[in-house]
Design a binder for this molecule. Structure first.
Ligand code: B12
Length: 207
């Protein structure tokens, strides 16, 4: 067993194999951060690259993210000591009135697997809840997803509420109808049209 096999198992989208090889590596005494970074995260980075190139599509990306998540679950008990190494804290949710969560979950999973501390508020999230959660968790970025043109305005309301309260949380928005233009218009700090791009953007914003 080796970290390379973990990497391969994620690329093969094989949850059971991921769990098996992660457990074997833990038993072998392999460093948890090597399993995470060289095995699980680098495989997801590769999937992200393939997605951007158009050689992998959403279903495969979700299955790979699921396989990776299964591996992360095995590591979680050992990851407590690593929390200080988190790349930053992100509060994420689908805005009020909107129940679409497939893309949001994908973004959350990829952020989590890339080392961010992610607080997922779910769907139909009231504006105040984003602010409260960000304050309670001392978040760096509030991420909002919207799939309906009728729910997009909630993103602007949250951004306005952040400003009105004199807070300086960064914001990142996305979802099928959302564009860079819209993000600029409402004053969002960041935008990405897909999950790998969201990870890249979050890394840049927090760096
Ligand atoms: C699946 C789906 C549903 C499912 C949702 C299941 C679920 N658990 O999410 C169900 C059946 C419940 C549903 C319901 C409705 N839906 Co619907 N739905 C879709 C559909 C087919 C796919 C959406 C999806 O999951 N895509 C796959 C994911 C991976 O893509 P994504 O969400 O865009 O996410 C990616 C990026 O956008 C980005 N991203 C997403 N979020 C974020 C956040 C951040 C911060 C960042 C940086 C990036 C980012 O990264 C993701 C991964 O790469 C779309 C059509 C479409 N092609 O978009 C319609 C669609 C969004 N739905 C639509 C409609 C109208 C509805 C309903 C109103 C239908 C009805 N009359 O009841 C209801 C609304 C319910 C509600 N209140 O929300 C319309 C919206 C039209 C519009 N312009 O507003 C669409 C476009 C269909 C259409 N062509 O008419 N829907």
């Amino acid at each position: 067993m080796s970290v390379q096999q973990i990497y391969n198992a994620v690329l093969e989208m094989d949850d059971e194999q991921v769990i098996k090889v992660v457990k074997a590596e833990i038993d072998n005494g392999t460093d948890v951060s090597a399993i995470l970074n060289e095995g699980l995260i680098s495989a997801m980075d590769e999937i992200g690259k393939r997605f951007s190139e158009g050689t992998v599509y959403v279903p495969e990306m979700m299955m790979a993210a699921q396989a990776m998540k299964a591996g992360v679950e095995e590591l979680k008990p050992m990851m407590k000591d690593m929390e200080t190494k988190s790349r930053g804290t992100i509060v994420i949710g689908t805005v009020k009135g909107d129940l679409h969560d497939i893309g949001k979950n994908l973004v959350a999973m990829m952020l989590e697997s890339s080392g961010f501390n992610v607080i997922d508020l779910g769907v139909d999230v009231e504006n105040d809840k984003f602010l409260e959660a960000a304050k309670d968790n001392n978040a760096d970025i509030i991420c909002m997803s919207a799939l309906l043109t009728t729910t997009m305005p909630a993103m602007e309301e949250v951004i306005d509420a952040i400003k009105a309260a004199g807070l300086n949380f960064m914001t990142m928005i996305g979802g099928a109808p959302v564009t860079q233009e819209f993000a600029d218009e409402i004053g969002a700090t960041g935008f990405s049209e897909d999950a790998p791009g969201a990870v890249e953007k979050a890394r840049k914003l927090i760096a």
